[in-house]
Design a protein around this ligand. Sequence first.
Ligand code: XMP
Length: 179
Amino acid sequence: MHENIARVLFSAEQIQTRVRELGRELNERLGDREDVVILGLLKGSVLFLADLVRSIDRPVKLDFAWVSSYGAGTESSGSVDLKVFPDGDLSRATVVVVDDILDTGRTLHAVKERLRRNYAAAEVQTCVLLDKQGRRAFPMEPDFAGFQVENVFVVGYGLDYGDRYRNLPYIGVLDDRRS
Ligand code: XMP
């Protein structure tokens, strides 16, 4: 374990098992939809998305959007900066927005609105690895969620603190004295 991690919440094995299940759930619930775009929010979703799509047994397109809602620390900056969105026609697509964690709901709420309003996406679904349900401030429930988490700041498997710890294979809680 990394020296700054106080405890592990989800081990690499637990994550891999749950992500494979989520992939199977997506497969089933997407039914016979033909135009499916998996849209990862950078940077936090990258590891999750890479594992998730390998458990999805159907043709999908991959795309990414650059969205930031947190600064370098653990508190929300209060606004969502939607920087780069995909090009192309989404008017016949089912877009599955993939993010690392759903916290207040501000980010996914804004992304969903934008996809509907500016891109006229036919359908938007959301898939997050972690759901901090107790923190919700915006009307947003995920269509797919890996694990519920308590109200603690977590890092690893894509999640960062000051852009560090993303490469940890597990998800853990930072030692208070370091965060
Ligand atoms: P909202 O509040 O918009 O937050 O739902 C979603 C974004 O906030 C970041 N976030 C975290 N990042 N550990 C992190 O590394 C956390 O515990 C955490 N909680 C929220 C994350 O970028 C997510 O996309």
